[in-house]
Design a binder for this molecule. Structure first.
Ligand SMILES: N[C@@H](CCC(=O)N[C@@H](CS)C(=O)NCC(=O)O)C(=O)O
Length: 114
């Protein structure tokens, strides 16, 4: 059933209060709010994420590739605590301007991210 009385606003504003606890972890904003360098490990694949339903997707893929014997999927994993706003650190925003986890850097050839 649809609400035929709902009229969409001309200018959308973020009502964080209506989203419960998820309004705090999924925000309609992006970009750096503070300087923070990203950690970097020894493998070409650098994963920056958190164990949310979206955040585990890349980990699952990489682990399945490794289990299948694809050694090129070795990676270093780093936690981005989105409850603490770490997705707005400058280093993370450099690899994902959208400020969303997960972000995976593949340094094996050229600098690309997914
Ligand atoms: N399209 C992405 C969406 C990722 C996404 O929504 N990530 C959320 C956590 S599950 C996030 O980083 N939220 C932080 C924010 O919005 O500030 C995917 O499907 O993986």
């Amino acid at each position: 059933m649809t609400d035929a009385t709902y009229i969409p606003p001309k200018v959308w504003t973020w009502d964080a209060g209506s989203g419960g606890k998820f309004a705090n972890i999924n925000r309609p904003i992006a970009g750096a709010t503070h300087d923070k360098e990203l950690a970097k490990g020894k493998h070409p694949m650098q994963l920056h994420s958190l164990a949310t339903p979206n955040g585990v997707k890349v980990t699952v893929m990489l682990e399945e590739l490794l289990a299948a014997g694809f050694t090129g999927a070795e990676y270093d994993a780093y936690i981005v605590n989105i409850m603490e706003g770490e997705q707005f650190g400058s280093g993370f925003v450099d690899i994902n301007p959208n400020s969303k986890i997960p972000a995976l850097m593949d340094n094996s050839t050229t600098h690309t991210c997914i």
